[in-house]
Design a protein around this ligand. Structure first.
Ligand code: FER
Length: 271
């Protein structure tokens, strides 16, 4: 049976923190002769891999990230959780992170995933800012990603940055502030805004024709639900699953989120 592992890969001067988890051996709880047979099959069979990314100020151990990882593992997917620049145990300062650095990181993680000999198809899933990243990388790696799963994607960040608001705080577009209070005692620097203003989400949506699953709580106060209705309508092949009344990190109905992910992955396996 393949062992889970935790490791780092370099990208542009920082180390990216990764954890790779495999589907559990069904025979783990039983003693018996079937085990050896399963083990041989598992070592030779290919399986799909889901790359999974957290959101702004998040990390790979958050409850909703772990829940999605476990669900994908249960459905026979290997899952590579990745922490982006300035987050979790990856390198870089939070205050220096920008979407461009995250794009560089995810391209490197995808390149790494492509070197793994057990991988059949690649999937990309991300929450919130990681969901926006998933939409952008979907366009950039449209020929390599079998499906993408943006969860409560913060697809409005570029648009609100262009309008002069970030993290609920208005700013003067002609005098972008050097620093912004990002909460949790974290400070964001101006280059985050300058980069976000340049990102074209509609172009990214137009360039990904594969299957898309968007899941979003209708009571989300940090990324309003209607942004996902708009994104889903613009995609060529998107399914939108609303989670009634739920919050940004699914405090009420995480089970409905994982069931939506499970159903989508099951459909993908037979298609
Ligand atoms: C913002 C609203 C939401 C913002 C970021 C987010 C940086 C992202 C939230 C998340 O990833 O959980 O104005 O600005």
């Amino acid at each position: 049976m393949r062992e889970s592992r935790e490791f780092f890969i370099p990208d542009d001067g920082i180390q990216i923190h990764l954890k790779l988890d495999f589907p559990q051996d069904d025979c783990d709880d039983n003693s018996g002769t079937a085990f050896a047979e399963t083990e041989v099959t598992e070592e030779t069979d290919k399986m799909p891999l889901m790359i999974l990314v957290h959101g702004f100020t998040g990390d790979m151990e958050e409850t909703h990230i772990r829940a999605v990882q476990r669900t994908a593992n249960e459905e026979g997917f290997a899952v590579l959780r990745a922490e982006m620049y300035g987050h979790g145990m990856s390198g870089g300062e939070f205050g220096n992170h920008t979407l461009m650095k995250w794009i560089s990181n995810i391209l490197t993680v995808i390149d790494y995933a492509r070197t793994l000999d057990f991988v059949s198809d690649l999937y990309l899933c991300g929450h919130s800012q990681g969901g926006l990243l998933t939409m952008l990388a979907g366009a950039m790696e449209r020929d390599r990603l079998k499906a993408i799963l943006p969860l409560s994607p913060a697809s409005m960040i570029p648009e609100i940055a262009r309008k002069g608001e970030i993290l609920g705080v208005p700013f003067d577009l002609d005098h972008i502030p050097a620093e912004l209070d990002a909460g949790k005692s974290l400070t964001l620097r101006e280059n985050y805004i300058r980069v976000a203003q340049l990102i074209d989400v509609d172009l990214a949506i137009a360039r990904y024709n594969g299957p898309v699953l968007i899941v979003h709580g209708t009571g989300d106060e940090s990324v309003p639900y209607h942004y996902s209705e708009e994104a889903a309508a613009k995609y060529a092949n998107a399914k939108l699953v609303p989670i009634p009344g739920d919050t940004h990190c699914y405090d009420l109905h995480l089970d409905q989120v994982t069931e939506a992910v499970r159903a989508f992955l099951q459909e993908m396996k037979v298609s």
